[in-house]
Ligand binder design. Structure first.
Ligand code: FAD
Length: 409
């Protein structure tokens, strides 16, 4: 691995540090950090958190730090992946986050940048980057999650518009979104991957009904979205008609990398602080578990460093995004399980009754979503088998069968 900055990178890092020092405060790893507030049942505090995320996105944009690798013409910095890694590494030490709005930006940006029409780029990219408009991802359906290409939401042409009917589920933050990226079936007579179109939909269109789903954390992070005769202008097709699988893949690739690189709200240091505060660092079992958490976090960090070496110094191969995603989910589980155990009997309390305002309890319950969202751990293991290990692919009996002829529940 190679962690030395070139002179140009060192100068860039100094510029990043100066910007962060003058616009943010350092992360403390305690409740005092506003960036830890993503999971709070109190609607007012949730709203305040979202507003701070938006404000931070606007600060980044207004100071030329948003979308480091995005072209300048669409509001980005026109920088390199290495600069993006440097910026993210430095920002991790500060009490800042772009939260779900920033995550949505990373799901919506790649398909629009690579497949969007000039008009779509002109209309949507800058407000997306600045956090002025919020987006959601309308992909998964009750019968199409891991097997996303089986999706059944239908779009039928009517003059200059498409009329959409169907149901989406697990749509994160749809209740706050201005726009959504939507996959719908436009040709049922060809194999499943080939008859899908990628649309931009205005979430305030008549016929869209959003029903929040309350999760075990007590939060309604995601939703069911019902679409009944929703009219979408033909100009909102992204990429080619029936060719929606290509932009969808751009989103999915970005999503796995995004989740694999996440998880800063709870760290080994935070667990160690908790163990010290509970006076339990002398216990052999606690020491052993702390060592496991530490080791996993180090491995995760090394994977990140391998990625950094490959991107910045063109040496070695970057780790597979599926490896990073699954490692992230596993590390998160170890950390949160130990933290709740350390809290002892009080660890069984919930919400404001629990220690630290229920921070570790929310992290503990929320860990399960990391194993499912962005593709389940099992599906990523299949990808590791095929891509990284060269194992034979899963049998795909439906590959050449028209979607209309596939058995569906
Ligand atoms: C927090 C969170 C946020 C999400 N946000 C969004 C969003 O904003 N937009 C959106 O469109 N979707 C979203 N999702 C949905 C997510 O993409 C799906 O939940 C995921 O792809 C799994 O699909 P599924 O839930 O239908 O499970 P299924 O596909 O039904 O899987 C059920 C079980 O079968 C296993 N399985 C399935 N196929 C295979 C296989 N080939 N090999 C081995 N095991 C297999 C799975 O691992 C799983 O254990 C979100 C999910 C979560 C948890």
């Amino acid at each position: 691995m190679d962690f030395e900055d070139s002179p140009a990178e060192a100068a860039f890092r100094a510029e990043v540090r100066a910007f962060l020092e003058s616009h943010a405060t350092r992360r403390t790893g305690t409740d005092a950090d506003w960036s830890r507030g993503a999971m709070n049942e109190d609607p007012q505090r949730q709203r305040a958190y979202v507003e701070r995320c938006r404000a931070w996105m606007a600060t980044l944009y207004d100071n030329g730090w948003a979308g480091i690798t995005w072209p300048k013409e669409w509001g980005g910095r026109g920088g390199t992946p290495a600069e993006s890694i440097i910026f993210n590494g430095e920002a991790q030490q500060f009490d800042v986050t772009t939260g779900f709005i920033g995550a949505a930006q990373q799901l919506v940006g790649p398909p629009l940048l690579h497949f969007g029409s000039p008009e779509q780029k002109e209309r949507y990219l800058r407000p997306l980057l600045r956090g002025d408009e919020m987006w959601c991802q309308l992909f998964s359906e009750p019968g199409a999650g891991s097997d996303l290409a089986a999706l059944a939401t239908r779009a039928v042409a009517d003059g200059d518009e498409w009329v959409v009917n169907g149901q989406k589920v697990w749509t994160s933050e749809a209740q706050h979104a201005d726009f959504g990226i939507l996959l719908a079936r436009t040709d049922p007579d060809v194999p499943k991957h080939k008859g899908i179109t990628f649309f931009i939909v205005d979430m305030r269109s008549p016929g869209i009904e959003i029903r929040p789903l309350v999760q075990a954390t007590g939060l309604a992070h995601f939703n069911e979205v019902f679409l009944t005769d929703v009219r979408i202008p033909a100009a909102n097709v992204v990429g080619t008609l029936h060719g929606g699988w290509a932009p969808a893949r751009a989103t999915l690739a970005s999503e796995a990398g995004l989740i694999g690189g996440a998880g800063l709200t709870s760290t080994f240091d935070a667990v160690l602080t908790l163990a010290r505060a509970q006076g339990r660092t002398h216990e052999p079992l606690v020491r052993q578990e702390l060592a496991r958490v530490y080791t996993n976090e180090r491995i995760q960090r090394f994977l990140g460093m391998r990625m950094q070496t490959a991107v910045m110094h063109k040496r070695g191969t970057p780790p597979d995004p599926s490896v990073m995603k699954n490692f992230f989910a596993g590390s998160l589980s170890l950390r949160t399980e130990l933290a709740v155990m350390l809290e002892g009997a009080a660890g069984m309390l919930a919400g404001a009754d629990a220690p630290q305002d229920g921070f570790w309890q929310r992290q503990f319950v929320g860990q399960f979503s990391a194993r499912i969202g962005g593709g389940t751990n099992e599906v990523h293991r299949n990808m590791i088998g095929e891509r990284a290990l060269g194992l034979p692919p899963e049998p795909r009996a439906d590959k050449d069968v028209p979607w209309r002829s596939l058995p569906r529940s």
